[in-house]
Design a protein around this ligand. Structure first.
Ligand code: FAD
Length: 323
């Protein structure tokens, strides 16, 4: 059945995040030929509406308010509810990002509806929109359909292919006003941690280090490889606990979930809690001195060796390919 579907776009530093385009593609499937309406919340976001349309939204609704400059769940939920009340959608799609993980359950509870979170694929099968999502820390997948009420889902970044950008697509960008009030939190200042390059959760290539890197300096060869491949640095909790790197790099059950095209695990044993955050990567390469390391059980390519010898060799070889 054709549906009107709202898709929340996310912007960072004045640009739309990739997950926004992936969510539009998911929204198209959920809409089953109905209308896909992009939603942008922020203080000056309407200029980004055109790009959402080029990626497949039929039109875009924005709520612009200086109280939306920084994300707070109070302000964003009020703005999103104003859009939902004005649009009356039959479907809603968010990214399963830090923002989406906070906002989507709040909106679902306000609507009294269900939420299918962390979706890795959406398809129409047997007359239903079917959502696939990992369970048991990624060891199995379940398929879900919505039998009643709004079809509400959050999609895991890097899993759903965005539609091709079509610069000739046009559509309306309109605004909805929201009475944003009674905020319990006000963000005074955001102090960004100096980050090195590519955003881990959206990276196509991740080079991750474990306790095997042995020190903070031990990450240097991994950073060189990441530089050559345009990748991001990640880590096991072992490496974070040992203070070799910051916890913001931790991948796994209690860290970030990543699904890059290429994941290179260096000196990581492959504990189940680590696998929960990376085992759905498209190609996994493991470098470990121990041929019995569990990481080899999920790796597509395994290299038994010392990472301090293997990683610089890989960097040199990839450099040659780039010339
Ligand atoms: P180790 O298990 O110590 O492995 C180091 C590996 O490096 C070894 O396999 C070794 O052979 C290899 N090595 C050593 N030197 C070299 C070298 N020179 N070259 C090549 N290989 C070398 N862990 C996470 O990663 N993410 C999580 O989110 C997470 N959440 C957790 C939640 C809970 C509730 C619990 C209990 C644990 C969690 N853990 C998590 C911890 C997890 O159980 C493991 O302890 C951790 O992943 C181990 O990190 P590691 O593989 O880096 O270290």
């Amino acid at each position: 059945m054709a549906k009107k579907v709202l898709v929340l776009g996310e912007a960072r530093d004045g640009a739309l995040r990739n997950v926004s385009f992936e969510a539009i593609a998911a929204g198209k499937t959920v809409a089953e030929g109905g209308e896909v309406v992009g939603v942008l919340l922020g203080d000056a976001v309407s200029a980004l509406g055109e790009e959402l349309i080029q990626y497949g939204a039929d039109r875009v609704v924005v709520v612009e308010d200086e109280k939306l400059t920084q994300y707070t769940s109070d302000a964003y939920s009020q703005a999103m509810m104003a859009v939902i009340e004005s649009e009356n959608p039959e479907g809603i799609v968010f990214g399963h990002t830090a923002l989406g993980k906070d906002l989507s359950p709040k909106i679902a509870s306000k609507l009294g509806t269900g939420l299918i979170s962390d979706v890795t694929s959406v398809e129409v099968a047997g007359g239903n929109v079917v959502f696939t999502r990992p369970i048991y820390s990624g060891k199995a997948f379940e398929k879900k359909i919505v039998v009643d009420g709004i079809v509400f889902a959050s999609i895991r970044p890097n899993n759903i292919q965005p539609l091709e950008k079509d610069a000739s697509r046009t559509g309306e960008v309109s605004s909805v006003s929201a009475d944003i009030k009674d905020l319990r939190t006000i963000i005074k200042e955001v102090v960004r941690k100096a980050s090195e390059g590519v955003d881990l959760s959206e990276a196509k290539v991740v080079i991750a280090g474990g306790r095997g890197v042995k020190s903070e300096e031990g990450f240097e060869p991994l950073k060189e490889l990441a530089g050559v491949l345009g990748g991001a640095i990640g880590a096991s909790r072992g490496a974070c606990d040992a203070d070799y790197c910051d916890y913001s790099l931790q991948i796994g059950q209690t860290g970030k979930v990543v699904t890059p095209d290429l994941y290179i695990a260096c000196g990581i044993s492959g504990a189940i809690q680590h696998l929960a955050g990376m085992s759905n990567s498209k190609v996994i390469v493991a470098i470990n001195k121990d041929p019995e390391a569990n990481i080899f059980n999920v790796a597509d390519y395994g290299i038994v060796g010392d990472l301090f010898e293997v990683v610089p060799m890989l960097t040199e070889e990839f450099k040659k390919l780039k010339v």
